[in-house]
Design a protein around this ligand. Structure first.
Ligand SMILES: NC(=O)c1ccc[n+]([C@@H]2O[C@H](COP(=O)([O-])OP(=O)(O)OC[C@H]3O[C@@H](n4cnc5c(N)ncnc54)[C@H](OP(=O)(O)O)[C@@H]3O)[C@@H](O)[C@H]2O)c1
Length: 238
């Protein structure tokens, strides 16, 4: 039997726009109650969703690279949702430069947000999911987590690391009914970076397509764990 998402309690990092926003909307449409964050625009995003009738959306500001703010984010989710069934580690940045031009700050920010932020949030989620007897953690990685490219040193390192982290965490906690999946999309039509472009590239994956895959994975019966997913544009732009 597939798992229903009705009434499930979910937290999505980086849910204010792009892929995270599409995941928030799909979860809400499926009947889940959803807390989400971004470093900015959280109030605006919550208001906009509520105006469209999504009354179970709760947003707050949080920088996932700061452990104290992550603790605060989980206290917020506890207060609004009363527990946690699903964590989506989606918040991420991309800084694309040749290695010789990467500053120490560029490197730190990329690793701190994309990799360490996912660890801080997973750690807080695991504590709650263990008490609840199960849960689901989904990490937004990238095909950059297996395919290095010129200019990608910091981003590639963060996503290669996230893949290894995800697999080890899956092995650590699968017997506790905590499932872990990492999703590796290719180019998605968001404003993520100049490298991935802005709007208007119709050959790219739509954020909603990634969100649909997230929901399909979450709906798998408890006996089945989809540990890794690759998604790519059918016809990549030249
Ligand atoms: N777009 C692509 O082509 C693509 C492909 C493969 C994988 N991905 C991955 O998918 C995820 C989402 O990408 P996207 O394209 O949707 O990017 P996006 O449109 O730039 O959205 C990123 C979201 O993350 C939030 N965020 C960034 N840094 C944060 C931090 N330190 N703490 C909390 N929230 C933070 C942003 O809000 P604030 O800026 O206000 O904090 C925003 O809500 C990323 O992990 C990315 O690596 C993207």
């Amino acid at each position: 039997m597939s798992t229903t998402l009705e009434g499930k309690r979910a937290l999505v990092t980086g849910g204010t726009r792009g892929i995270g926003r599409a995941i928030v909307e799909r979860l809400l449409a499926a009947g889940a109650r959803v807390a989400f964050c971004g470093r900015s625009e959280a109030d605006w995003a919550e208001e906009e969703l509520r105006a469209r009738g999504f009354t179970q959306a709760y947003a707050t500001s949080c920088d996932v690279s700061i452990p104290e703010q992550v603790e605060e984010l989980f206290r917020f989710a506890d207060a609004k949702l009363g527990g946690l069934d699903i964590l989506v580690n989606n918040a991420g940045i991309g800084i694309f430069k040749p290695t010789a031009e990467l500053t120490i700050e560029d490197w730190r920010r990329t690793i701190d947000i994309n990799l360490s932020g996912s660890f801080y949030c997973s750690r807080a989620a695991l504590e709650r999911m263990r008490l609840a007897g199960g849960g689901y953690i989904l990490n937004l990685s990238s095909l950059a987590g297996k395919n290095p490219f010129a200019g990608g040193a910091a981003y590639n390192a963060s996503k290669f690391g996230l893949n290894g982290f995800s697999e080890a965490m899956m092995l650590d906690h699968r017997q506790e009914e905590i499932r872990v999946t990492y999703i590796m999309p290719g180019s998605v039509d968001t404003n993520f970076s100049p490298r991935t472009g802005g709007k208007g590239a119709d050959w790219k994956i739509a954020p909603e397509d990634v969100a649909d895959m997230v929901l399909a994975v979450l709906r798998m019966p408890v006996r089945t764990l989809v540990s890794r997913v690759e998604i790519r544009p059918s016809k990549p732009g030249k």
